[in-house]
Design a protein around this ligand. Structure first.
Ligand code: PGU
Length: 463
């Protein structure tokens, strides 16, 4: 286990309750800018800095020294895809659902909820409170923790509406950096690329724990237990609630139970990232089992929820951070501090997306309709797994591709290497992240044969 980022320059930027944003000293400010510069220049080539040297700058802009930043490893794939003129191009990069026709999907139930909102003339566009829409928060906590879960029943959960999953992770990270004694967070190897940046800039020190075993294309459970077993007591541990991104490999329920026991025995604090509830199995309840087990044992935890995927509300940026605490008194105080994190960051969250979600969650019929549409999305993804697997087998493509049907959620971690990925993009106009991850949701019966051809050629020519 090798730490990726140890003690980032700004790790003490929010070291104590008194160091609120307005009080950040100029010294920590400078450390923060150094870190931002480091992240901005990451992955940029030596050529970038040469062309940006002061002597090369012709314009007299005060920003002439600014170096070209790299594209985001995930969102940059869509940028490249949009530039490609080929009629055969396929975007399997970003985790965004597409229909069989390859089109983005607005759920019917979302259209209905929006219509209801538009028709309700009593609705206004006032600011929401800092913590967001109260009914959205209450319903979101119930959705992930379960309506009958002890913390919900005992009123010892605090929930704040945030800017989708990413914003929820960031607010949680900032809160921990200010108010939690152990400012190290362990994230799995590999993980969603943004985790490291979100938590580092929040002021936490990021380390890794073993998760994926490339040899078996499955979970490295022994490595995971060893790494969490040797993490310092009290450290925060980021866990993907379900449908692990990018690997599609989740622990079994028995393994979750072992993880829970180990973490509780060592006082490790769970921070769940739940970006795919309902997408892994098609069931909202089944996909929340990992979180609910931890919530039921009386211990504390954080969970970041996103409605981007399961309600198709990508651009509405609607999500929630819930913190489960031991008592309702602590929950009240924690909420007061979350407000102090949020207020200087974006003041209060947007109203529209949260209103859509609340409208659906509180109405039995709309809720049922949502679960049916959600299951249909999950089922289409699972059917794509089978189609791709069958197609590779029929073609006789060398290799064991059974992981395609064993993995779960939006992505397949194919095992293709960066060279093979580059080849597939250049020769077949198939866009995917360089780690070999493909978004199964971007695939359709029409594009499976083309992807099969591309994988076959990549594997046979570039072994
Ligand atoms: N956490 C995980 C594990 C994710 O996969 C994603 C999205 C998020 C959080 C953030 O989701 P938002 O609710 O939209 O903030 N990952 C997708 C989407 C593109 C991206 O990287 O933001 C992906 O393709 O990995």
């Amino acid at each position: 286990m090798s730490p990726q980022f140890t003690s980032p320059p700004n790790s003490d930027a929010h070291s104590s309750p008194s160091s609120s944003s307005s009080l950040i000293s100029s010294a920590s400010d400078r450390r923060l800018s150094a870190l931002v510069r480091h992240l901005a220049a990451e992955e940029s080539s030596p050529m970038d800095s040469l062309s940006a040297s002061p002597t090369a700058a012709r314009a007299d802009s005060v920003f002439a020294h600014v170096v070209q930043g790299p594209e985001d490893p995930i969102l940059g794939v869509t940028v490249a895809y949009n530039k490609d003129q080929s009629p055969n191009k396929v975007n399997l990069g970003v985790g965004a659902y597409r229909t069989e026709e390859g089109k983005p999907l607005v759920l019917n139930v979302v259209r209905k909820a929006e219509q209801k909102l538009v028709n309700d003339m009593s609705r206004v566009k006032e600011y929401l409170p800092i913590v967001g829409l109260a009914e959205f928060n209450k319903l979101s906590a119930r959705l992930i923790l379960g309506a009958d879960s002890p913390p919900v029943q005992e009123n010892r959960v605090t929930t704040v509406q945030c800017l989708s999953g990413t914003g929820s992770l960031r607010v949680g990270g900032e809160f921990l950096a200010r108010h939690y004694q152990e400012r190290t967070i362990y994230i799995p190897t590999p993980t969603w690329g943004n985790h490291t940046k979100v938590f580092t800039l929040a002021g936490l020190s990021v380390k890794n724990y073993r998760y994926y075993d490339p040899a078996t294309r499955g979970l490295n459970f022994q490595g995971l237990l060893e790494d969490l077993g040797s993490a310092p007591a009290g450290a925060v541990v980021l866990l993907h609630a379900c449908a692990h991104n990018p690997t599609g490999v989740d622990p079994t329920l028995e393994q979750w139970e072992q993880i829970r026991q180990l973490m509780r025995s060592r006082a490790l604090l769970p921070f769940f990232d739940s970006a795919y509830q309902g997408f892994a199995s098609g069931s909202l309840d089944a996909d929340a089992q990992s979180v609910r087990r931890f919530a039921a044992d009386g211990g504390e935890l954080l969970v970041a929820q996103s409605y981007a995927k399961n309600m198709g509300l990508y651009g509405e940026r609607v999500g929630a951070l819930s913190i489960v605490l031991k008592t309702s008194e602590v929950a009240t105080k924690v909420e007061s501090q979350l407000k102090l994190v949020i207020r200087p960051m974006y003041s209060n969250p947007p109203i529209h997306g949260a209103s859509i979600v609340a409208t659906i969650l509180k109405d039995r019929d709309l809720f049922n309709e949502w679960t049916i549409e959600l299951k249909a999305m999950a089922d289409r993804i699972i059917s794509m797994r089978h189609q791709l697997f069958d197609s590779l087998r029929a073609k006789g493509t060398p290799g064991d591709w059974s992981h395609i049907i064993k993995q779960i959620g939006m992505f397949t971690f194919t095992g293709l290497n960066p060279e093979q990925v580059a080849f597939m993009t250049k020769e077949y106009h198939i866009y995917m992240t360089s780690d070999g991850r493909i978004s199964m949701a971007g695939l359709s019966s029409r594009t499976v044969p083309h992807l099969t051809e591309a994988i076959h050629a990549a594997v046979t020519r570039l072994a």
